[in-house]
Design a protein around this ligand. Structure first.
Ligand SMILES: *Cc1c(COP(=O)(O)O)cnc(C)c1O
Length: 474
């Protein structure tokens, strides 16, 4: 048995590490090294395997995982949509691989694209100015709240609280707290939306901002958004838009027009760049004119066809190196440019249509509606996690489960505009089969996956991401 097999169940498929397949390590030899002794070693722990074995190893590993290239991935709120390969081709062009320390003079093409993206995003969001620097949606939230804080401080406002609806994404609470604010939680109203009376009671002279996503986490449009904006603004606070659900509005309605002052964009949710998975991502932030002087540095501006970097007058500083993750931003630019106004409008129409079509096909209760690009079904008296595991046996990835908490045994589902009618029907069939499964089936699911039920908490808290960590443990 391989030394890691013990950690897996008997039925789990196991792919040995390359170092387990062959531990003849490469002998680097002795004499003749021109390097100083402290920079050399006696052996190098590289397995000496032939290329086909290595290629097959990685192909097998990729097949043990789920991806949006192998099937629909309807994770509500996370928006796992297909990443078109033309955008990858654009980013892989060797001309795009520029060193960020080059002079602005020699980077005119890069700066033109960055400037163009700032402009696209500002127009899409109805904002006046955009920074491309933050490397993820959550980093965008943190940046946006820092900018709001700098604005309040510059105007002599002493405010200590940020209001966050209880259904908001966990990162909203974390971003506000990291920026030094006390977080005031706002319970959802009976209809799943913001309760205006509760909001009136929560705002005060201490309110720095309200963070909101619209449509909200269960896909409902906050119809009272104009009143919400008035309540927050009358109290002297700012309105923050969490852009994770922008897919439902793309090309149709703009947060800026609804009264939002600051927002982030998740380019990996809306503009089809890959989810970072901890790797490079991007979470640009848009703001109104009043907040623009506080944006991170540098931004890009244009003067008579010439592009240059500049530091906003009262900048909060840098939140990432250089202009942000340039090649990720290039993919977002390519996607927006390719779709154009009509394509973006079509994407939001299909995102909403697909969610509503799927919901019609499944036999389970959806307590809140009418919804837009995502919906929260309830698994009722079943455990939503069991239903999700059973769906895996029907060849589809399950939705987000048990969140938001005010929907009992929630299955938060977002098919995205990228799925075809056939694939929506496969999804619906998997939903219905899992709902029909009896208790014994639910308990033993999944049986057709690489691994059965893993210890999720342990996997998250003690990730073992390379053979080195396994070697170190032993
Ligand atoms: C995904 C998400 C975020 C955080 O974005 P990341 O890019 O994953 O950091 C914030 N809010 C909502 C509602 C989200 O769904």
């Amino acid at each position: 048995m391989n030394h890691d097999q013990a950690r897996y169940g008997d039925d789990d498929r196991y792919e040995p590490l390359l170092s387990e397949k062959d531990d003849t390590s490469v002998d680097v030899g002795e004499a003749g090294s021109p390097l100083p002794d402290d920079l050399t070693r006696d052996d190098l722990s590289l397995p000496s395997l032939a290329e086909p074995e290595v290629a097959r190893h990685y192909t097998r590993l990729s097949q043990m995982n789920w991806s949006v290239e192998s099937g629909p991935y309807p994770l509500g709120s996370c928006t796992m949509k297909y990443n078109p390969s033309f955008a990858e081709d654009v980013a892989a062009d060797p001309n795009g691989a520029v060193h960020p320390d080059r002079s602005a003079e020699s980077l005119q093409g890069t700066l033109e694209v960055l400037y163009g993206l700032q402009d696209y995003l500002a127009r899409i969001g109805g904002m006046d100015a955009v920074t491309l620097q933050p490397p993820a949606g959550a980093a965008g939230e943190f940046t946006g709240i820092l900018v709001a804080k700098a604005y309040h401080e510059a105007n002599g406002h002493d405010r200590s609280e940020v209001i966050v609806p209880s259904s908001a994404h966990g990162t909203n609470f974390a971003s506000a707290a990291m920026a030094g604010y006390d977080v005031v939680e706002l319970p959802s109203g009976d209809d799943g939306r913001v309760d205006l009376e509760a909001l009136e009671a929560a705002v005060s002279d201490d309110t720095a901002a309200l963070m909101l996503t619209n449509p909200n986490t269960v896909g409902l449009f906050e119809r009272d958004i104009a009143d919400i904006a008035d309540i927050v603004h009358d109290a002297g606070g700012l309105l923050y838009y969490d852009g994770a659900n922008l897919n439902a509005l793309l090309g149709r309605a703009r947060p800026g027009d609804m009264g939002f002052d600051v927002m982030h964009y998740n380019v990996h949710k809306t503009f089809a760049t890959p989810h970072g998975g901890g790797g490079p991502g991007a979470g640009p932030v848009g703001v109104t004119e009043e907040l623009a002087p506080f944006l991170p540095s540098p931004r890009v501006r244009e003067d008579d066809g010439h592009y240059e970097l500049f530091e906003p007058a009262e900048t909060v500083g840098k939140v990432h190196g250089y202009q942000g993750n340039w090649l990720v931003l290039l993919k977002a630019y390519a996607y927006i440019a390719r779709l154009g106004d009509e394509g973006l409008e079509d994407a939001s129409a299909k995102a909403v249509l697909n969610a509503n079509y799927l919901a019609e096909q499944i036999d389970c209760e959806i307590p809140y509606g009418p919804f837009h690009h995502e919906f929260a079904a309830t698994a009722g008296d079943r455990d939503a996690a069991d239903v999700a595991k059973a769906m895996l046996d029907h060849g589809v990835h399950p939705p987000t489960t048990k969140w938001p908490e005010f929907v009992p045994e929630a299955m938060l589902t977002e098919p995205t505009e990228a799925e075809s009618l056939d694939s929506l029907e496969d999804l619906a069939a998997a939903f219905n089969a899992a709902f029909d499964a009896d208790a014994a089936e639910l308990e033993s699911a999944p049986s057709k996956t690489t691994a059965r039920r893993i210890d999720q908490a342990d996997a998250a808290r003690n990730p073992r991401l390379s053979w080195r960590s396994i070697d170190a443990e032993e």
